[in-house]
Write a protein that binds this ligand. Structure first.
Ligand SMILES: [Zn+2]
Length: 139
């Protein structure tokens, strides 16, 4: 979430970021008996959390053998408060503002993704891929 000068405008109440992720095909998705710990780590999950809940893409006639069918958005929403407004005004580093937003209760994109993994909506691979792209963008 890049902090731009418009952020300091007093009228802004919240800033939302969203990413589209692929949704598992409901006709062929299956519990993944061995989810990749490397991907789970990128999703902020442990193997224990994922066991019996994380799914994998398989592939069938309904999804052109992709194992995914359709897309869904995941979100993060940063609510403005006086602390964050002042940080933005003082051009504080983005990571510092993010930290304050998380302390203020913001659910991050990856945390929202984790919920989607636990619901069997998408795979750890898909969220890990997104998290990595986000990581690249920050460099
Ligand atoms: Zn399918």
């Amino acid at each position: 979430m890049g902090i731009k000068p418009f952020l300091v405008a007093s009228s802004i109440q919240a800033i939302m970021a969203q990413r589209l992720i692929r949704v598992l095909c409901k006709h062929c998705k299956a519990i993944d008996p061995n989810p990749d710990p490397k991907y789970l780590h990128l999703c902020g999950m442990t193997v224990e959390e994922a066991r019996g809940r994380a799914h994998k893409n398989v592939g069938c006639d309904q999804c052109n053998n992709a194992g995914y069918r359709g897309r869904q958005a995941i979100f993060e929403m940063m609510l403005m408060n006086s602390e964050i407004r002042e940080m933005a005004f003082n051009l504080a580093p983005i990571e510092q503002i993010r930290k304050a937003a998380i302390a203020n209760g913001m659910r991050t994109l990856v945390q929202d993704g984790k919920i989607k993994i636990l619901k069997g909506t998408t795979t750890p691979d898909e969220i890990a891929r997104m998290a990595q792209v986000e990581g690249e963008a920050k460099k």
